[in-house]
Design a protein around this ligand. Structure first.
Ligand SMILES: Nc1nc2c(ncn2[C@@H]2O[C@H](COP(=O)(O)OP(=O)(O)OP(=O)(O)O)[C@@H](O)[C@H]2O)c(=O)[nH]1
Ligand SMILES: [Zn+2]
Length: 213
């Protein structure tokens, strides 16, 4: 792995300080590719407003795909706790932003995650971090959903995990069929969430209820 990428992500966390001094390059090859795209679009990459755009785009895309350099294990490692709790835990309405692998356009929405512990619970914020590990990659919504579910199942060894994602795809909104109000809902159910319809129904009912605020 080159040093630039290890700088973007360190010990499972995105490192924001990628500031480059004026006149310095962030990633010359990456920036040259962006410059080519700008030229192809009929733009002048040398004009004032676009001068630093290749660098900004390179940094933004590295951030938006930083999940490739993270693992679930790294992200949750300090926040797994042994606990006898056996009741369902749900973290819902977690916003996520991803890029569709077909057009590299954003899709974004809300994720709802539930699990039934089996002797081990996880720090709640880590569930949101696990979502980002997989969302910050080029994705299809279905794979994103199953990766979150299996990633959590692997570290939690839970009795069951359920994940529901509701998203809006810019490639269907800004271009293509241009359906502004379409939403895509996907789910992945593992363990008891798959095998037991009552567990699944309890999960679906709890994520449907109105929130605290
Ligand atoms: N299953 C799935 N499809 C997706 C996702 N994101 C985008 N797509 C779809 O991927 C498909 C790609 O189809 P193609 O016909 O190869 O591409 P296209 O000509 O750009 O398709 P249109 O969007 O219909 O104009 C489209 O139907 C997109 O809506 C996703 O997360 N899951
Ligand atoms: Zn797309």
């Amino acid at each position: 792995m080159d040093t630039k990428l290890t700088k973007v992500v360190r010990e499972g966390r995105y490192i924001g300080s990628l500031d480059v001094k004026p006149g310095e390059h962030y990633d010359p090859e990456f920036e040259a590719s962006v410059e080519e795209i700008l030229t192809r679009l009929g733009e002048d990459p040398k004009r004032e407003g676009l001068k630093r755009t290749p660098q900004r785009v390179a940094k933004a895309l590295d951030f938006l795909t930083s999940g490739y350099h993270m693992t679930v294990e790294e992200v949750v490692k300090d926040a797994l706790f042994e606990d006898e709790c056996e009741e369902m835990v749900i973290v819902k309405d977690v916003e996520f932003y991803s890029l569709c692998e077909h057009h590299m356009l954003p899709f974004f929405g809300r994720a709802h995650v539930g699990y039934l512990p089996k002797g081990r619970i996880v720090g709640l914020s880590k569930i949101a971090r696990v979502i980002d590990v997989f969302a910050r990659r080029l994705q299809v919504q279905e794979r994103l959903t199953t990766q979150i579910a299996s990633g959590l199942m692997a570290v939690l060894n839970a009795r069951g995990v359920g994940v529901v994602l509701e998203a809006c795809h810019f490639c269907m909104v800004m271009r293509g069929v241009q359906k502004q109000n379409s939403q895509t809902v996907t789910s992945a159910m593992l363990g008891t969430f798959r095998e037991d319809s009552r567990t699944r129904a309890e999960f679906m009912e709890l994520i449907r209820r109105s929130s605290v605020s």
